[in-house]
Design a protein around this ligand. Structure first.
Ligand SMILES: O=C(O)CCC(=O)C(=O)O
Length: 311
């Protein structure tokens, strides 16, 4: 059979009912362990195509991105690159199983809120995402990570604390009041290194993990694998042993359509009444919604309007 014909045959979009046993398996893992890894669910060659096209877009805009390359030759994380480079949205909209797992977790259609493109491992310390992805109602969020190349211990794969999501939520109000006179004074966010509540919260979660004998473990992945993590899962990026290596990957922050996302001023003030409808507009890509974004943030060093770039 010629290659193209075989691909068509192999990659016909599976119906949700055909996927049901796999959806149930991944949903169970997500709820019981706090994460699940879905082996390559994309059409053959799709992640390579997306990565090649991302690289072209970055090169075309070297005048903006180029000045942020680090000593090892890599870009810092880029926030909402999909707003400039639409093919990244294929990693959201063209994985039927991953989408069905998200929809089943939410009991509603999943939509993309924001994204992070990583050229190298993040080596990010272990954290829960919820202080910066605080929804109303709460915990209506998932992290969806796609390996665009193999990720192992040498190039800093993900790290997860299996079952760490089951540790009950901390008393966030008391914790905030140890550092602020009133909950109204808690800022939505602060720069890394000055983010006192973030550091204290993540430190206490880590302490509770240790007390229960739960520790971070590396989670390796092959190009095309997808990892979905629970809103409360402590996770991060493991140490990078070979700094010359890349680890291209894409993280999507997803919520049910129409769900608003707040930051730490709301997370640490959980009884504060807040609107339960998102204020932003959505765009559609291949039948799935994504929040309209007009800006791209390069490693929190430079924020540019999408229209400043060459497509
Ligand atoms: O990609 C990684 O290394 C970790 C990403 C992460 O922890 C996050 O986006 O919250």
């Amino acid at each position: 059979m010629p290659n193209g014909v075989m691909n068509l045959f192999r990659w016909r979009k599976p119906s949700v009912s055909a996927l049901q046993p796999q959806i149930e398996l991944h949903l169970r893992q997500l709820n019981e362990d706090g994460y699940t890894k879905i082996p390559n669910g994309f059409r053959e060659g799709l992640t390579d195509e997306v990565l090649a096209s991302v690289k072209k877009t970055l090169r075309r805009n070297a005048a903006i991105f180029g000045k942020h390359i680090d000593a090892d030759g890599h870009y810092p994380r880029i926030i909402n690159l999909h707003a400039l480079h639409e093919p990244l949205l294929r990693l959201f909209a063209e994985n039927a199983l991953a989408l069905a797992v998200q929809d089943a977790f939410f009991g509603a259609r999943s939509s993309l809120y924001t994204s992070l493109y990583y050229e190298r491992g993040s080596a990010q310390s272990i954290h829960r995402d919820t202080p910066y992805f605080c929804t109303r109602p709460e915990y209506r969020y998932l992290g969806v990570w796609v390996a665009l190349e193999d990720a192992g211990e040498s190039n800093g794969c993900l790290a997860v604390v299996k079952k760490g999501h089951l540790i009950p939520e901390l008393d966030r109000e008391s914790l905030a009041l140890e550092h602020f006179k009133t909950l109204e004074e808690v800022p939505p966010g602060s720069p890394a290194g000055q983010d006192i509540l973030w550091d204290v919260y993540q430190g206490r979660v880590a302490e509770q993990c240790r007390e229960r004998g739960l520790h971070p473990e590396p989670l390796t992945a092959q190009a095309g694998d997808v990892v979905i993590w629970h809103p409360q899962l402590p996770h991060g990026g493991s140490q990078i042993k070979d700094l010359s290596r890349t680890r291209h990957s894409f993280v999507m922050h997803v919520t049910p359509e129409g769900t608003p996302v707040y930051q730490q001023d709301v997370f640490f003030n959980p009884r504060k009444p807040m609107p339960e409808r998102a204020s932003w507009r959505y765009l559609k890509f291949r039948g799935r919604k994504h929040a309209k974004s007009r800006h791209i943030d390069i490693g929190h060093r430079e924020v540019r309007r999408v229209r400043d770039f060459v497509r």
